[in-house]
Structure formats: C-alpha cells, structure tokens
Design a protein around this ligand. Structure first.
Ligand code: B1M
Length: 213
C-alpha cells in the first residue's frame, strides 16, 4: 500500500485525511511501526525542512503537528500492543516531560505511548516543565525521569534540571534518560544523564536496561 497519502496529509496539515489514510493502511495490514517510520515521522522531517527554507511558517508547522497527533492517536492502540508483545509484566513508574521553555511534545508523547505499551506506569508532566516539577515527581516515587528537548536553546535546561535534582538531594534515587532531535550520547554524557535514546523504541530499551527489568 502507498503511504504517500498519509505523508502528504501530514505535510498539508489535513487531520481528516491523515486519520483516514492511517486507518486504510492499518486495514491493509501495514504494520503500525511502518506507518510511523515511513510516513508520519518523515512527513514531520519534511515540515521542518520547509520551515527552514521559509516555505512554511509556525502556523503551518502547527497544523501539521495537529495532523501528526491525530495519526498517532489512531495508531496508538497498535503501537502500544506491538511494544507490549516484547514487554515484561512489572509496572515501573516513570515521569516524562519536555524541559522548560520547550513546547514540542510529539516525540515525548510517542515515547510515552511505547513505554506504556511496555508496561510502564507513566506520569506525563507535559511541556515547558520546570525543574521543580521533575523533583516533585521523584518525591512522588518516579523511578525514572525522561526529559525531552527539541531546541538547541532548551537543551541546557536538562543540565539545569539535573543540577536541581542533585541540590534537592534526590538525584541518586532516580535514573534520568534524555532524548530529542538535537541531542546525542556525547551531550547526555556531558550533562551527566544516565541514558540517551535516539527514538521511542530505543527509549524503551534504555529505560528497561537502566532499571534492570
Ligand atoms: Co518547532 N522547531 N519550533 N515547532 N518543530 C523544530 C524542532 C526545528 C528543528 C524546525 C527547523 O528549524 N527545522 C526548530 C529547532 C531548531 C533548533 O533549535 N536547532 C524549531 C523551531 C525553531 C521552533 C520555534 C522556535 C519556531 C518559532 O517560533 N520561530 C518554536 C519554538 C516553540 C517552543 O518550543 N518554545 C517552534 C514551535 C513549533 C510548533 C509549536 C509549531 C510545533 C510543535 C507542536 C507540538 O509538538 N505539539 C513545531 C514542530 C512540529 C516542529 C518540527 C517540524 C517537528 C517536530 C516533531 O514533532 N517531530 C521540528 C522539525 C523536525 O523535527 N525536523 C521543529 C516528530 C517527532 C516524532 O520527532 O520530536 O524528534 P521528535 O522525537 C523523536 C526523537 O527525537 C526521540 O524519539 C522521538 C520518536 O522517534 N525523542 C526522545 C524525543 N524526545 C525523547 C525523549 C527521550 C527519548 C527519545 O527520552 C526522554
């Protein structure tokens, strides 16, 4: 089945066509991960390129994001199910958020969907999350914290949060995993995170590895 319809619908910011296209692909037995990796995510990459070349502005990025979110919502049960097939039976607690100053949540939400599918109990802290909220989550029992950042200007807030966790005396009670397009393992090591994951599946593997489950 041709996934171009889904790709185009997301680039054009068409919510209805995205949902219909995703459903048609699922009905045609296309695996959820294929729809995600070969249509939805590449479409958002294209939107980013169009933004860079000033063919798209923030409003266009926003409508594409809405279309992407609607596609993800349609895929969610299948994605979570696929991940559950390889998951364990324990329910570790994780708290995930996009760092202070950053409003991008699609990647974070995708990681959350996969982790829930893998049996994690997730507290979604949302976007623009200040360090105090992460500290509170650890005090409330989160065993793992996930921080997402999509802007080079907000990446440093991961280090600010890690420092705040230390100052609050809770850093050694929790594992911290970081991710987002501008990050890499070197940066994660540099700021003292316990783990880095480049995508949602890697985040599930890393979270399990860090908690030895
Ligand atoms: Co923005 N934006 N944006 N944006 N946006 C980017 C990130 C940008 C790269 C576009 C570009 O220039 N090519 C650029 C950043 C440049 C930079 O810093 N180097 C940019 C900019 C500049 C901005 C604004 C500053 C624009 C402006 O106002 N002038 C502004 C900032 C607002 C703010 O946050 N304060 C802004 C705003 C927006 C919208 C609100 C319009 C919208 C977000 C809507 C939303 O999220 N609800 C938006 C969008 C949609 C994008 C792009 C086009 C798409 C992002 C996305 O959803 N990708 C993006 C361009 C791009 O990425 N190519 C862009 C799909 C998603 C599945 O991938 O988020 O990478 P991603 O997540 C992946 C991995 O990174 C990883 O797993 C995910 C799944 O594979 N991952 C983790 C993510 N978090 C993880 C956490 C983990 C582990 C893995 O563990 C904790």
């Amino acid at each position: 089945m041709d996934l171009k319809k889904v790709y185009d619908a997301v680039v054009n910011g068409n919510v209805d066509e995205t949902q219909v296209g995703v459903r048609e692909a699922l009905d045609a037995q296309v695996p959820a991960e294929t729809i995600l990796n070969e249509a939805l995510i590449p479409a958002m990459t294209e939107v980013g390129c169009l933004f860079e070349t000033q063919e798209f502005y923030v409003p266009e990025m926003l409508v594409s994001a809405k279309a992407m979110q609607s596609g993800l919502k349609t895929l969610k049960p299948q994605l979570a199910f696929q991940e559950a097939q390889s998951g364990g039976s324990t329910k570790p607690v994780a708290a995930f958020g996009t760092v202070k100053g950053d409003l991008h949540d699609i990647g974070k939400d995708l990681v959350i969907i996969m982790l829930e599918g893998a049996g994690f109990k997730i507290k979604d802290l949302g976007v623009d999350v200040p360090p105090e909220k992460f500290i509170e989550a650890v005090e409330d029992g989160a065993q793992i914290i996930g921080m997402s950042a999509m802007l080079t200007t907000t990446m440093p807030n991961m280090k600010v949060t890690l420092d705040a966790l230390k100052e609050a005396g809770v850093r050694d009670k929790v594992k911290v995993i970081v991710g987002g397009a501008p990050l890499n393992q070197t940066y994660a090591d540099h700021i003292g995170a316990d783990g880095y994951a480049k995508d949602a599946s890697a985040a599930v593997r890393k979270a399990k590895e860090l908690l030895s489950i």
